[in-house]
Design a protein around this ligand. Structure first.
Ligand code: B12
Length: 475
């Protein structure tokens, strides 16, 4: 059977928001996970619209499309085109799970929740020509999974080809997060067996890894076993973590010892009232500044994530957040406008209060105010968001936070790193278009990491230089 798997672009290439560097980061891991369930005789192609044009002139037997909220319109367009040709179209992913009826109008079958259990059942049904319109995931396990079909990735297109997820979900219940809606009807946090994780890591080429787990450190006994197994593997890696896990005694030390180099941290707000009102209880009563210092001492860079537009935010929040981040020497920051994704508790609350003002899913990209904020206008919220980016990344700001690093070398690294990443984005874009990344990235990595005391590159010239960019990526 001929199978076409598609990840439609989250932002159109012609949009002013298109950033080649952002959309060339990770390969479509979810689709490659599902591809593992096909039989060896099946002819499978994965197309990722972020890095290539989707060719719709073919006529596969089965079309599989992953739908996020901001690619929903495009996903439906592709689905309709293939259905007109008589192809069987399956839609799944986060947005389909939130709004199955909407998706069903464009599909022969829709899949709610993670696909590991429903997908194998569907493939049997498809063979027997007895498919159902809706498949709801119930059994949640990551044991005995088929191998992820990484061989189907066009690897050379990606800055971070070695992305992996070794758990699903998260044990917490923040009101803005997709998680509770996506995992309803079964467990909402579960992990892979440690041996499988270590085997997968071992099978990945190069040195650099990026764990895309929502909360890698959520189950300490699991992750400390993984870290113990990673000792000696000579990997460098990045991930996302919470303030509470950073403060947990010994955990970050172990992570840094087996290669942690940068961490994405959801600080969310510098106003503590917002933290309790969004139910991010694990951030409450945590000392953000102690956490930041701890990572700095371990040589781990921080990408701090902040959300604007929560109910306690007034127009002073933008400057207060940027000042706080700079005073604490944060390397990179990612700002978001609060976005009420359908299916979340936040969406339900704002809808009940009559505050949702925009239902164009393309605007649910955390760059648009799609609701009426409590203490400012939607326009002030959007302008403040862009102003925060400009203020955080102006030269004087970069200089200020570089001065706060532990020593001169770290300050220089900070300067080179932030300027090299943010100030040279047009150059990065040009390099991506020219296909020059494989040559230039190793050079950059040596500049960024070569001198760092914990870098495995230091004093060990026999270790091949990593071909991926190491930075706290804003995903
Ligand atoms: C990688 C990633 C990206 C990549 C996307 C490209 C890519 N290659 O995947 C990039 C960096 C571009 C990106 C951008 C953004 N992202 Co993002 N991203 C992720 C991340 C970290 C990992 C995705 C992943 O690989 N998961 C692992 C695989 C195994 O899971 P999966 O993809 O969900 O696939 C499974 C199921 O969904 C299902 N499935 C999926 N499709 C189908 C299809 C069928 C037929 C079936 C049966 C099953 C099925 O089966 C798979 C196996 O279980 C997730 C967080 C997470 N942990 O998932 C956030 C996440 C998806 N992103 C999110 C957000 C908010 C964004 C941004 C809007 C944020 C921002 N401002 O930067 C932007 C998008 C900008 C825009 N214009 O839209 C949110 C989505 C919230 C929501 N309700 O939609 C998430 C969940 C993060 C979070 N915790 O909030 N992102």
């Amino acid at each position: 059977m001929k199978v076409k798997m598609i990840l439609p672009a989250l932002t159109e290439a012609k949009s002013p928001y298109w950033r080649p560097i952002k959309y060339h980061l990770f390969p479509p891991l979810g689709l490659a996970t599902l591809a593992g369930y096909f039989s060896p005789d099946d002819e499978i192609e994965i197309q990722d619209e972020h890095v290539e044009e989707i060719d719709t002139s073919d006529r596969p037997d089965l079309v599989v499309i992953q739908v996020y909220i901001t690619n929903a319109r495009r996903a439906y367009e592709l689905a309709d085109a293939y259905r007109r040709k008589g192809c069987f179209v399956c839609l799944g992913g986060l947005h389909v799970t939130s709004l199955p009826e909407e998706a069903l109008a464009h599909a022969d079958a829709v899949f709610l929740g993670p696909g590991e259990d429903t997908w194998s059942k569907f493939l049997l049904d498809f063979k027997r020509k007895e498919t159902q319109p809706i498949y709801q995931s119930k059994t949640r396990t990551l044991c005995n999974l088929p191998k992820i079909r990484r061989d189907l990735f066009k690897r050379h297109h990606y800055l971070v080809p070695n992305s992996l997820v070794i758990s699903r979900g998260c044990p917490h219940h923040c009101d803005f997060c997709y998680k509770d809606a996506f995992f309803k009807g079964g467990r909402s946090f579960y992990t892979q067996p440690v041996e499988d994780v270590l085997c997968e890591i071992d099978s990945l080429p190069g040195k650099h890894l990026y764990f895309l787990d929502d909360h890698l450190f959520a189950k300490p006994d699991f992750i400390t076993q993984v870290f113990a197994g990673m000792q000696g593997m000579q990997r460098v890696w990045q991930a996302a973590g919470t303030v509470a896990s950073i403060l947990q005694p010994g955990l970050m030390e172990q992570a840094a010892a087996c290669g942690l180099r940068s961490l994405f941290i959801g600080f969310e707000s510098v106003d503590i009232r917002n933290i309790s009102s969004c139910n991010k209880m694990h951030n409450l009563n945590q000392d953000y500044i102690v956490a930041i210092r701890k990572l700095r001492d371990l040589g781990v860079m921080i990408n701090a994530s902040f959300v604007f537009g929560m109910d306690h935010d007034d127009p002073s929040i933008f400057a207060r957040t940027v000042d706080w981040a700079l005073e604490n020497g944060i390397q990179t920051a990612t700002f978001h406008i609060l976005t009420p994704y359908p299916g979340t508790a936040l969406h339900q609350r704002l809808a009940t209060e009559g505050r949702i003002t925009d239902l164009d899913w393309n605007h649910y990209d955390t760059r648009h105010a799609v609701f009426q904020p409590m203490q400012m206008s939607a326009r002030q919220l959007e302008e403040g968001y862009w102003q925060a980016y400009r203020d955080f990344y102006r030269f004087s700001s970069i200089w200020q936070s570089a001065g706060i690093q532990g020593n001169t070398l770290d300050s220089l690294r900070h300067l080179a790193y932030v300027c090299g990443w943010k100030k040279m984005e047009p150059l990065w874009d040009w390099m991506i278009r020219m296909g020059a990344l494989p040559i230039l990235l190793p050079l950059l990595e040596t500049v960024l990491y070569g001198h760092h005391p914990q870098s495995p590159l230091v004093g060990n010239p026999t270790i091949p230089v990593n071909h991926e960019l190491l930075k706290p990526l804003d995903v």
